[in-house]
Ligand binder design. Structure first.
Ligand code: GLU
Length: 281
């Protein structure tokens, strides 16, 4: 049975872009007789705001999107992330890194999908692991996994090219895991068969496919959907004035009518659906 999920991070209130993502995940599950899950990605301690998850539940109900089962919180799964980290360490695929952002910025030579590609400064060095971040030795990991493919329902079959990210951080100093490790483990733990998310995270799936191979996890199909952008091509953002769903809800707007409009691709004036976003600040 197909299982999809909506996985917002409680770093700020949800807006129209999130509503569109939730509608896509919900409708794909319902159209195929499957289940739609809600996962709160609340492991970014510095940015997570307690209390927002309750607003997210109210937002989904207001949109008329019924979730199956209870919401899952990443903050409750630290032990599973740590255990996977230990497995990868035992395979010799992680190394500790104590480089600061400034040190990395000063030595970077390539750009990847997430920004500067780490130049590998700490790889092969004897770094004190206490309080360090742990990075994936990407070249070794790719060699261990061999050639990999994955399927996006919209874009078709993809050859995995996780190397474009360089040695990504999997275990962080200030959080139980990085987004890549936590999302991959959770999608497996939650039995997600169709990973739906915005096209801005398309490249991340190369890394997730590699982690699935290394950790022996089931491989889902992906569905990267278009993103709501403003007239200047930039993603909707609360800080640029996109009203939050909570504001609209409190103002008495009809949430199910809004969800229906999003379903029909009827967006407010000046907002369109794009396959990529301008990420400049
Ligand atoms: N938590 C991520 C976000 O809010 C979504 C991650 C995912 O769907 O894989 O952008």
């Amino acid at each position: 049975m197909i299982r999809t999920r909506f996985a917002p991070s409680p770093n700020g209130p949800l807006h129209l872009g999130h509503a569109y993502a939730a509608v896509v995940a919900h409708d794909l599950a319902r159209a195929r007789g499957g289940r739609f899950l809600l996962r709160i990605e609340d492991i970014d301690g510095a940015r997570s705001r307690p209390g927002l998850a309750a607003e997210f539940l109210a937002d989904l109900a207001w949109l008329g999107l019924r979730r199956d089962g209870e919401a899952v919180f990443q903050s409750a799964r630290s032990a599973a992330y740590a255990a996977a980290g230990e497995r990868l360490k035992a395979m010799g695929l992680l190394y500790p890194c104590r480089c600061t952002r400034a040190e990395i910025a000063a030595s970077v030579t390539a750009e990847g999908p997430d920004g500067p590609v780490y130049p590998g400064t700490c790889r092969g060095r004897n770094v004190d692991p206490a309080g360090a971040a742990w990075r994936l030795d990407m070249a070794q990991a790719i060699a261990a996994a061999g050639p990999l493919e994955w399927i996006d329902e919209r874009a078709g079959a993809q050859r995995a090219t996780p190397g474009i990210f360089g040695d990504v951080v999997l275990l962080r100093k200030e959080a139980p895991a990085s987004y890549h490790l936590a999302a991959t483990l959770d999608d497996a733990a939650d039995g997600i068969t169709l990973v739906t998310r915005g096209a801005d995270l398309f490249a991340a799936s190369h890394v997730h496919r590699l982690l699935q191979a290394l950790l022996g996890l089931p491989v889902p199909v992906w569905h990267h959907h278009g993103l709501l952008v403003e007239a200047d091509g930039r993603k909707l953002a609360k800080r640029r004035g996109a009203p939050s769903l909570a504001d609209r809800r409190h103002a008495g707007e009809d949430g199910t009518a809004l969800a229906e409009a999003l379903r029909r691709h009827r967006f407010p004036a000046g907002i369109t659906l794009a396959e990529s976003v301008d990420v400049s600040p």
